[in-house]
Every structure is written in structure tokens, then in C-alpha cells.
Design a protein around this ligand. Structure first.
Ligand code: SF4
Ligand code: SF4
Length: 336
């Protein structure tokens, strides 16, 4: 089932928003034979691939590793325990990026997949079968990112909507844990101060204020957060999320409806943002995402360009229904 690819808690939250049957299996993003590792100019680094990102993990996601003695979780548990010992970015809300992570380099899209210094701290590139050591409770960004989508840009928007919905839930539940587990006002003030000083180590006094009596028992606190969140029925999760989660749930339903719409538009025109790169007799057309190009023979470019301003039926006759669908999904051709 496509939903099985999501972390266990996220599955029930997605099921609460839509019919799970609409969730696509992104077969083109086959991580066991990563298509982004080749000799093309745009290839990703073999070891790092798309893990040039450092996630923020919510308290209950961290807690999944300290509640369960499953040996399969040990690599993640070890890394998270090391982060807790180091204290930087460790608050009752969860574990943020370490201050030394070069976020400014990560913000440059050209470095994505290509800058080894951006490798995630939870990545174990030596274990091909279990590269992500926090896979069981990875965050919404990691759980919903695919380099390619079956429905290209339409699929990309669907997963973006899943990500926004799950991120809103993660934030709401992380805050719910603070209140349900009685984090006191002094610690909440320390949290406000800590969030106003990004990329800095916490001073010993600030860390002590953040954690109070729970200092040195952070793992136990995170485990309690996971226990609390795991016990919440999905309907209660949606209620706790309030208008922010509701907004994203509705957007997600719209994105899901677009996934099942395959009609040929009355008229088509060329997309406005198509980047071309040629290799021999082939040309890669990139639109919504650099890693998801449509590759066509150079000879086909003329037929594609000839569809600009034509009716959908004429475009279908010129290109064939399947190829027209691919070009529409990639937004090389758009309804016009
Ligand atoms: S999602 Fe990442 S690891 Fe998986 S196939 Fe795409 S680039 Fe490779
Ligand atoms: S948390 Fe896992 S999936 Fe996300 S970037 Fe790190 S290693 Fe990759």
C-alpha cells in the first residue's frame, strides 16, 4: 500500500484526510536503484543523494526511538542520544538542526544532492538498506519528498500538500505535548528565548531553564511525548490542529482531486518555464523540478512546439494520448 511508505503515525493522519486509495506509489523514485546517481551533469552525489537536508524532529518523533527497544532503531537512537548529549538545538519541542549546519548553503537549490557537506546527520551512507537511521519517525519533509512523480507536477503538488498538512500536525502535537506534560512557564519563556537565537549553542543557564527537573531525563520526556501522541485518535489530532490543520486538510483534498483528473484540455499552449538541455539526439525538458525531466528525441521538439495554441484533440493526434499526458503532467504543455 502506498501509505505504508509513510511513518506509522503519519499514515493514520493522512487516512483521516482522504481516501488512501488515491495516494500514488512513486515508482519512478526508486531509492533501491536511485535514478539520480548517473553520469549526467545534474546527477546527485552517490553517497548523499537527496539527503542534503537536516530535519527538525518533533519531540514525539524523537521519543519513538526511546520508547521501543527494537534493535532496528538502535542506529537512530545512538545518533539522537548524541544530539541530546551535545544539547544544541535540543528543547522540549524536539531536536532542531545543529548550529553548525550550513543552512545558507542548503538554501541554494543548485547544491541539493551535490554538496557532501550538507549531508544529513541521520544518514548512514555505509548501509545501503537502511540509509536513514530515523526512518521510522522521519519528519513530514523527508516522508513526502520524491525526486520524480508518476503524475509529475500534479504529483509534486499532491505531496507538497501532504507535507504541509503533516507539518502543521507535527507542530500542533509538539506544542500539545508541552501542555499535556506540564512544561512550566519558566521553561516556556526559556523556549521563547532559545528560538530567538538561531545557530547558537545554549548557555548552561538557558539549557537548565529549558529543561528544569527534566534535565538529564530528556530521553524519558521525549518517550512520554510519543506515548501521548500515539494514543490520540486521528479525529482528536485534527481537532487539536485547529484552523491551521483544517486549511491544509482542505488543500490536500483539492490536490488529491487533481490527481484523479486526466481530461485533455480544450486548448493547449507551451509552458512558460521550460528549461532545455541536449545530450546527443535527446533533449531533457525540465519544468517544475530539476530532478524530474521529460526526455524526448530532438526530432520530437518540432511536434511539441507545433501544439502551441492548438486544440487538445489536435495535440493528441500529433503526439499520441500517452505522450500528451506526460507533457501536460510535466507542464511542458499547459491548458491554454
Ligand atoms: S528519492 Fe532520493 S534516494 Fe530515492 S530515488 Fe530519488 S534521489 Fe534517489
Ligand atoms: S532524516 Fe533520513 S530521509 Fe531525512 S534527510 Fe536525513 S537521512 Fe535523509
Amino acid at each position: 500500500m502506498p501509505l505504508d511508505a509513510l511513518p506509522p503515525l503519519a499514515r493514520s493522519w493522512v487516512r483521516a484526510a482522504l481516501d488512501p486509495a488515491v495516494v500514488p506509489t512513486e515508482r519512478r523514485a526508486d531509492c533501491s536503484a536511485c535514478p539520480m546517481v548517473d553520469d549526467a551533469e545534474t546527477a546527485f552525489l552517490r553517497d548523499v543523494r537527496c539527503c542534503t537536508y537536516e530535519p527538525v524532529l518533533a519531540n514525539f518523533q524523537v521519543g519513538a526511538f526511546f520508547r521501543d527497544a527494537d534493535p532496528a532503531l538502535e542506529p537512530g537512537r545512538r545518533r539522537l542520544a548524541a544530539r541530546i548529549r551535545a544539547r544544541s538545538g535540543v528543547t522540549p519541542l524536539g531536536i532542531d538542526r545543529p548550529p553548525e549546519y550550513p543552512l545558507w548553503r542548503a538554501a541554494d537549490e543548485g547544491n541539493f544532492g551535490r554538496d557532501a557537506e550538507l549531508a544529513c546527520g541521520y544518514l548512514d551512507a555505509s548501509d545501503d538498506a537502511r540509509r536513514c537511521t530515523v526512518h521510522r519517525a522521519r519528519n513530514a519533509v523527508c516522508a513526502t519528498w520524491f525526486c520524480k512523480h508518476e503524475r509529475a507536477a500534479i504529483g509534486g503538488r499532491f505531496w507538497l500538500a501532504v507535507r504541509a498538512y503533516l507539518s502543521a500536525i507535527e507542530s500542533a502535537l509538539a506544542h500539545h505535548c508541552l501542555h499535556a506534560l506540564a512544561i512550566d512557564d519558566t521553561a516556556l519563556l526559556a523556549l521563547t528565548v532559545e528560538q530567538d537565537r538561531p545557530f547558537q549553542e545554549p548557555t548552561p543557564a538557558l539549557y537548565a531553564a529549558l529543561w528544569g527537573d527534566r534535565r538529564f531525563h530528556e530521553q524519558r520526556f521525549f518517550a512520554a511525548c510519543h506515548e501521548l501522541v500515539e494514543a490520540l485518535p486521528a479525529a482528536e489530532v485534527l481537532a487539536l490542529g485547529g484552523p491551521a490543520v483544517e486549511r491544509h486538510r482542505r488543500a490536500l483534498r483539492a490536490a488529491a482531486a487533481a490527481l484523479s483528473d486526466e481530461h485533455v484540455p480544450e486548448r493547449v499552449r507551451l509552458g512558460s518555464d521550460v528549461d532545455e538541455s541536449r545530450r546527443g539526439d535527446l533533449v531533457a525538458l525540465r519544468t517544475y523540478r530539476e530532478s524530474d525531466a521529460v526526455v524526448v528525441p530532438v526530432a520530437e521538439l518540432e511536434a511539441i512546439a507545433g501544439c502551441d495554441g492548438r486544440s487538445g484533440d489536435e495535440a493528441e493526434r500529433a503526439l499520441g494520448r500517452r505522450q500528451l499526458r506526460v507533457l501536460l503532467d510535466h507542464e511542458v504543455l499547459v491548458p491554454g
